[in-house]
Write a protein that binds this ligand. Structure first.
Ligand code: CTP
Length: 412
């Protein structure tokens, strides 16, 4: 068990009740051969003592930017650079805001601003603070800069409320750390194809048939597969999302364009169809804008679009080893999804309930059931990022390591 041998982690502990869990995290990282050096914020020190951190990390704990001893032993620049990965756990709403703004008013934030090393945050806060647009915008800014994140989870909060905001468990943070170091790059040498977002089907030059898909789930899956080492192509319909880092993203509009881009991306080992493809399109899109001219509404003749999932599933020699579809259902979720699995000829279907009130379409969370020929595996409600990570891990397990790339590691 020495997957982190020789790896140095700078652990920034900010002020949240979950700070006590970092003691367990330090223990786990060290068990796997990693070294941990702690930076404790003033608020963090209200929840966990420097003595316990020092005892478990077997290193000095740093906390004061203006301490002569701290600075002479290890200046904040060296502190932030002499690490392979910086982990912020718990990452409070406050420290996320400071990181997003580039503020540096204590040792922790100064080290975070000065570092040129990758950063992983484990957010922990009250659910309303987590839901707040400011926190979500800060996190989006950080992610766009390449900051990695794990959690938060859903559960009971120290404040008595229930919801998203609990810090990820030490085991999950550990997994994210190992994943980062390529201790788990099981998809190295594999190729993945993901569809995401809606499609727009032109009626005339200004009007189209579309839907409310945000693309968040599909984009998150593409990123998760790339993080596990797969060479990933994302074929996306129109969304407001940025192209995920490390993913080859192709932007398309219509279902037919999406199909053509997918076929051009073959062969691949796994295809995940998460796009909400428009089932129909106008048979004869007008070349000029339709005018009312006091006439009755036009009769739009619709015809069926190609089914990309079904076509990839029936691609003969070019068929990906594993084809995964989604089933967006509003009732009899499992029953309808099982029928879809058979109809489309894919290997797995991720069924999700998109009925009113679930907040799945356009939201950040998802409740899915993974259905294959062997049965149904129901996952707890979790963020779309976590669904993506879990699915990518499952795909990696199923595909196994590519035969000719055993030594290839994404990062080590
Ligand atoms: N899909 C696709 N191409 C289409 C329609 C759907 O690739 N033209 C894929 C979706 O990406 C998803 C799965 O098929 O993976 C299921 O899509 P969904 O809209 O839930 O089901 P439909 O097949 O459209 O069936 P229905 O509308 O009757 O529920």
């Amino acid at each position: 068990m020495s997957s982190l041998a020789g790896k140095r982690i700078l652990l920034v502990i900010s002020g949240g009740i979950a700070a006590y869990k970092t003691l367990e995290l330090i223990r786990r990282v060290r068990e796997r051969g990693g070294a941990v050096r702690c930076v404790l914020t003033k608020a963090g020190a209200q929840f966990v003592t420097p003595l316990s951190l020092a005892a478990l990390s077997e290193d000095k704990v740093y906390s004061d930017l203006f301490s002569l001893t701290d600075e002479s032993e290890m200046g904040h620049i060296r502190l932030s650079r002499e690490a392979d990965l910086v982990v912020v756990a718990p990452a409070t709403a406050d420290i996320l805001a400071k990181m997003a703004q580039g503020r540096a008013d204590d040792l922790a934030t100064t080290a975070l601003l000065a570092t040129d090393k990758p950063v992983l945050v484990a957010p922990a806060m009250n659910l309303r603070m987590w839901d707040h647009a400011a926190t979500q915008a800060n996190l989006a800014t950080l992610k766009a800069r390449g900051v990695l994140s794990v959690g938060p989870n859903e559960g009971d909060m120290a404040c008595g409320e229930y919801g998203f905001g609990r810090m990820a468990e030490p085991e999950e943070i550990l997994r994210a750390i190992e994943e980062f170091f390529g201790a788990a790059a099981p998809l190295a040498g594999r190729r993945a194809l993901v569809t995401s977002g809606p499609t727009y089907e032109a009626i005339d030059p200004v009007r189209f048939i579309g839907n409310r898909s945000s693309g968040r789930q599909g984009h998150a899956i593409a990123l998760a597969l790339a993080r596990l080492g797969a060479r990933t192509t994302l074929v996306s319909g129109p969304t407001g999302l940025a192209d995920p880092a490390g993913v080859d993203t192709l932007r398309v509009e219509s279902a037919r364009d999406m199909l053509a881009a997918c076929e051009a991306a073959l062969p691949c080992d796994v295809a995940v169809c998460a796009a909400a493809v428009s089932d129909w399109r106008a048979k004869k899109p007008r070349t000029q804008k339709m005018k009312k001219n006091g006439k009755a509404p036009p009769d739009l003749e619709l015809i069926a679009n190609p089914d990309i999932l079904a076509k990839l599933s029936a691609a003969g020699n070019a068929r990906p080893q594993l084809v995964v579809g989604f089933a967006a259902e509003t009732e009899k979720v499992i029953e309808h999804a099982q029928a879809k699995l058979a109809k489309k000829g894919c290997d797995w279907i991720l069924a999700n309930d998109v009925s009113e009130g679930t907040g799945t379409f356009g939201g950040d969370v998802n409740t899915v059931h993974l259905i294959d020929a062997g049965g149904v595996d129901s996952w707890p409600r979790m963020t779309k990022d976590d669904v993506a990570a879990k699915l990518a891990t499952r795909i990696a397990k199923t595909l196994g390591r590519a035969p000719d790339t055993k030594s290839e590691n994404r990062k080590s």
